[in-house]
Ligand binder design. Structure first.
Ligand SMILES: [Fe+2]
Ligand SMILES: [Fe+2]
Length: 261
C-alpha cells in the first residue's frame, strides 16, 4: 500500500502547484491514498468550501487542518458538511470531523488530525485537550470501525512534542507525520515497530517567502516586533511531501521517501 502525504498548501500559488503535480504523482507512483494538509489554502489562512472542492478534485482522499481553522469564521459550522475533511480531534469548541476511514482498493485507512499544545499559543492551551490522550481515544474508535492502517497528522510547532508522540504511539499506529512549520525536516525514519515517521512534511507554497508570508512583511514584523497584517506571497511554489510504502501483510512501513521539488 502506498500513501502520499502533501504538506500545508499555501494560497493560490500552492494550489496551482498542487494542480500541476498531484494528479501526475498519484498516477506515476501508483498511490493508493493521498492526504493533503489544507489549513493555509485560502490565501494563506484557513480553508473555504471552494479550496476544499479544488484540493479534492486533484485527487486528495482526505484534507487535514490545523491552527488556522478558526480564521474563516463562517466555516466553523460548515466543516461538518465536508465529508473528507478532518479538523484536529482535540479541538474542543468545534464539533465533528474527528476521524475518518477511507475505504478504497479493499483497504480501510483510518486518519486522525491532532493539534499540538506546546508553543502554539494560549488559544490551544484553552481550546484543545491533550493530544496524547485524544490520540488513544480516536485510535480506539478507528479500530472499532475496522481500520487496517492508522495514520496521524500531528499539526504542531515543537519538534519535541512531535517526536514524543511518535515514541508514545509507535506500537499502535502505522504512520505519524508532522505539519505546521512549513519547513521539511530530514529525519524521516521507520521505527523498529514498523511505524513511519517524519517531524514535518513541509509545504506547497511560494518559495521566495517566509513560510508563505511576503518576506518584507515578515522582516518588518521582526524589526518592529509588532503585528503587521498577513499577505500571502505569490511566486511559484515549492512542493513538499512524503511517500510511504507499507507491506500489505504485516502493515509495517517498508520505506518513507521525501519529495522536495
Ligand atoms: Fe500551515
Ligand atoms: Fe499551522
Amino acid at each position: 500500500m502506498k500513501l502520499l502525504v502533501i504538506g500545508d498548501i499555501v494560497g493560490r500559488s500552492g494550489l496551482d502547484r498542487l494542480k500541476e503535480e498531484l494528479p501526475k504523482l498519484i498516477k506515476n507512483k501508483n498511490i493508493d491514498f493521498c492526504i493533503v494538509n489544507g489549513e493555509n489554502s485560502a490565501g494563506g489562512k484557513g480553508l473555504r468550501n471552494k479550496e476544499y472542492a479544488e484540493i479534492i478534485s486533484y485527487g486528495a482522499d482526505c484534507i487535514t487542518m490545523g491552527n488556522h481553522l478558526y480564521y474563516r469564521k463562517e466555516m466553523a459550522k460548515e466543516y461538518i458538511n465536508l465529508s473528507k475533511l478532518l479538523i484536529p480531534a482535540n479541538i474542543t469548541n468545534i464539533e465533528g470531523n474527528d476521524n475518518l476511514i477511507i475505504d478504497k482498493n479493499n483497504i480501510k485507512l483510518g486518519v486522525i488530525n491532532l493539534v499540538g499544545r506546546a508553543e502554539m499559543g494560549e488559544v490551544f492551551k484553552k481550546n484543545a485537550t491533550n493530544p496524547f490522550n485524544e490520540a488513544l481515544k480516536q485510535i480506539d474508535i478507528l479500530k472499532q470501525k475496522g481500520a487496517q492502517y492508522i495514520v496521524i497528522d500531528f499539526h504542531a510547532e515543537a519538534t519535541a512534542e512531535k517526536i514524543a508522540l511518535a515514541h508514545y504511539l509507535k506500537d499502535t499506529v502505522n504512520c505519524i507525520f508532522g505539519t505546521h512549520t512549513h519547513v521539511q525536516t530530514a529525519d524521516e525514519t521507520i521505527f523498529d515497530s514498523g511505524m513511519a515517521y517524519i517531524t514535518d512534511v513541509g509545504m506547497v507554497g511560494p518559495s521566495d517567502s517566509v513560510l508563505g508570508l511576503k518576506k518584507e512583511i515578515a522582516i518588518n514584523r521582526f524589526l518592529t516586533e509588532s503585528y503587521i497584517k498577513y499577505e500571502c506571497s505569490d511566486n511559484k511554489a515549492i512542493f513538499n511531501g512524503i511517500v510511504v510504502e507499507f507491506d500489505e501483510f504485516t502493515k509495517k512501513a517498508i520505506s518513507i521517501k521525501r519529495i522536495n521539488m
